[in-house]
Ligand binder design. Structure first.
Ligand code: PLP
Length: 373
């Protein structure tokens, strides 16, 4: 007997976790359009517009601004494998799971890694980065997470950027949970290389990782002594598809790019300033609501809280998994549990992109109250 399968029909979910988040029907509709060939001039126009809109979102003039095929970790790996080679030294800032992942990748590239750490829930102290430069020579880059999704911390970048410049090192930034949800100024803040993901504040399904490389980062790439240790992520080849030459490297994920273009167009139509205001307003409302219930935020310093990812401390005696299961089964709402050191200790509420709305905040606050009060 041939096994019977039903047509795909996902249950209702409201995605208010760390990502993926809600996606507009406009984006899903764009993704369902017929395919062009990836070298068709009509598709190349769409690819060019996607790069233009990405420059808008990243607030940069960098020519090399493009979506890598793969999720946010592919962007992270792209930056690390293209900029680091065996024997290089890198300072990696670590105060959560994604800083740890960056450090792991830097080590896998054969670099000597100097960790600068902060307790989870706090920012990296720029003075510690300064000290790391004093105690080590020939540092090629400093890597840091702008929006640490495992803790809900927003890391200020300008002082660390100044320190990197003073020491002639590149600044690499993980903006997976910040791009499109909170201010990120690539050019003004002097960020040399940056990557993000599509499934967070850009409100697109997971599958692409926007990256941007400035002049100094491209110089470092061109001055490598060894080949990039990944064929698939080698930007020196990939830029020939996204640049003037249009030579085949790997097949572009056509419909993902349709989706990203539409999601970026929605960012452009709303305008960055308005979009950041909306994210901040909904996050403030959510925080006020949970604090009124007697709950506490993980990040104590309000200035350092992310509007996109709101980490709430789980009160003593409340069982993490039971509450999340209740929210999912009774309301169809997904929120995230804690990662790494925060497993069982924090809920992670993503109010990003389409998920960041007044109605979602009110619904989640009501559902949370019902779940454990
Ligand atoms: N960096 C940060 C800050 C993230 O939050 C994530 C994913 O949550 C990643 C990197 C990795 O992205 P992905 O899971 O899409 O590979």
């Amino acid at each position: 007997m041939k096994k019977e399968y039903k047509q795909l029909a996902p249950d209702y979910r409201l995605l208010l976790g760390p990502g993926p988040v809600e996606v507009s029907p406009r984006v899903l509709n764009a993704m369902s359009k017929p395919l062009y060939g990836h070298l068709d001039h009509k598709f190349l126009d769409i690819a060019n517009e996607t790069m233009e809109l990405l420059r808008y979102a990243f607030q940069t003039e960098n020519r090399m601004t493009l979506p890598m095929s793969g999720t946010g970790s592919a962007g992270m790996e792209t930056v690390m494998v293209n900029l680091l080679e065996p024997g290089d030294s890198a300072i990696v800032c670590v105060s959560g799971v994604f800083g740890q992942r960056l450090r792991d990748m830097a080590g896998r590239c054969g670099a000597k890694v100097i960790s600068v750490e902060a307790p989870w829930g706090e920012i990296i102290d720029p003075e510690k980065v300064r000290e790391a430069f004093k105690n080590n020579s020939n540092i090629k880059l400093v890597a840091i997470v702008h929006a640490e999704t495992s803790t809900g911390v927003k890391q200020p970048l300008e002082e660390i950027s100044r320190i990197a410049k003073e020491n002639d090192a590149l600044l690499v930034v993980d903006a997976v949970t910040s791009l499109g949800g909170t201010d990120l100024k690539i050019d003004e803040w002097g960020i040399d290389a940056c990557y993000s993901g599509t499934q967070k504040a850009l409100s697109c399904p997971p599958g692409l990782s926007p990256v941007t490389f400035g002049k100094k980062a491209i110089e470092a790439l061109n001055n490598r002594k060894t080949k990039v240790n990944s064929w698939y992520l080698d930007l020196s080849m990939i830029q020939n598809y996204w640049g003037q030459e249009r030579t085949y490297h790997h097949t572009a994920p056509i419909n993902m790019i349709y989706g990203l273009r539409e999601a970026l167009l929605m960012v452009y139509e709303e305008g960055l300033e308005e979009r950041f205001k909306r994210h901040q307003l909904n996050s403030d409302a959510f925080v006020a609501g949970v604090e009124a219930m007697g709950l506490k935020m993980v990040v104590k310093n309000k200035e350092h809280r992310l509007p996109t990812l709101n980490a709430v401390s789980i009160p003593e005696g409340v069982e993490d998994a039971a509450v999340r299961k209740y929210l999912l089964e009774k309301y169809g709402i997904e929120i995230g549990g804690g990662l790494g050191d925060f497993k069982g200790k924090a809920w992670r509420v993503g109010l990003m992109g389409e998920s960041s709305s007044r109605n979602n905040v009110i619904l989640l606050l009501g559902a949370l109250g019902d779940a454990f009060m």
